[in-house]
Design a protein around this ligand. Sequence first.
Ligand SMILES: *Cc1c(COP(=O)(O)O)cnc(C)c1O
Length: 226
Amino acid sequence: MGIISENLLEVKKTLPPHVSLVAISKTKPIEDILEAYSTGHKIFGENKVQELIEKYNELPKDIQWHLVGHLQTNKIKYIIPFVSLIHSVDSWKLALEIEKQATRIGKQVPILLQVYIAKEETKFGLDEEELVELCEATEHFPHLNFCGLMGMATNTTDEQIVRNEFKYLKNLFDQTKIRYFSDQPGFKEISMGMSNDYLMAVEEGSTMVRVGSSIFGERDLNHMSL
Ligand SMILES: *Cc1c(COP(=O)(O)O)cnc(C)c1O
């Protein structure tokens, strides 16, 4: 067995059964993804539309592709036909465009609302007010399946900062669930935790971790988009 499959199985072993693993394969070649896939793993995530489409075309069709990066409205139409979950709905405008494209092909599209939880200008996400606006208006988005919240913590070695951000997101999820989605069992996911902090995220209530470098190895810096 190769190192990638070993890493993937290691990560999986540490996750409780209610937590799903999204293997983040951005910048990594097809062979690496096939190795991970050979373990039986089917959920992969990318952060760029173009790369997602290329990989979708070349790889087995039973892979469930998640889009985890910031999305431009003009690119949505290309991924709507096959994407399994969009983690990064961070504006009303984006939600509206997904609704429009989903309506066009008559598909329900599962999405997460990305909330701004970090103390970094470079990160995307809804603030609390924008989150409320969207949750109060779900009838405008009949083709969107609201599945939960997503957040990206501050990129820091200070564990307490990261833990507090995870606690904040979990708390916000609970409130949002009670207030707007109590009758919708599908609203159940909290996507939080990456290679450096996914175990802490699970302790704080994550149901979906997005792990890249701990599985596939470090990424080439020239390809880094974060
Ligand atoms: C790259 C990326 C990840 C994975 O990061 P690692 O630190 O390599 O595990 C998770 N989430 C998002 C949104 C990403 O862009």
